[in-house]
Design a protein around this ligand. Structure first.
Ligand SMILES: [Zn+2]
Length: 128
């Protein structure tokens, strides 16, 4: 995203809001490279511990939130729709939820290092 060097602010429209609520945000503090929707054929690339964006919808809002993948229940599926169930923990309130692949966006690969920095758990400790 080379443009970041030259552009100070971008105009943002939030999902679920009209253009009257567009906001100018500072590129450096408020924007990062677009996360891409998880391709159903590429869901196997998501691993435990990855940081992803999850679509979260309630009566009041619909937005993408940072979340850490805790567990993935893989399902057989066609390349059109991912039926795998991703158990995630939202970063902002630590709540957990099960979401489908279609509700997940992956960050560009260079940010994956965040996930790699998490301490690895040995298999034994997972079984308690
Ligand atoms: Zn899948």
């Amino acid at each position: 995203m080379y443009l970041v060097k030259y552009i100070k602010e971008v105009r943002v429209r939030y999902a679920g809001f009209g253009k009257d609520e567009d906001e100018w945000v500072n590129v450096k503090g408020g924007v990062r490279q677009a996360s891409t929707p998880l391709e159903p054929s590429e869901c196997h690339k998501v691993k435990d511990g990855d940081i992803v964006l999850c679509f979260k919808e309630s009566d009041d809002y619909a937005l993408y939130c940072d979340a850490c993948v805790l567990k993935i229940t893989r399902q057989e599926h066609d390349p059109v729709e991912c039926n795998c169930i991703f158990t995630v923990q939202y970063e902002y309130d630590n709540s957990e939820a099960d979401v489908y692949g279609k509700d997940i966006c992956c960050r560009p690969s260079e940010e994956k290092s965040v996930a790699l920095a998490l301490p690895m758990q040995s298999i034994e400790s997972l079984w308690g």
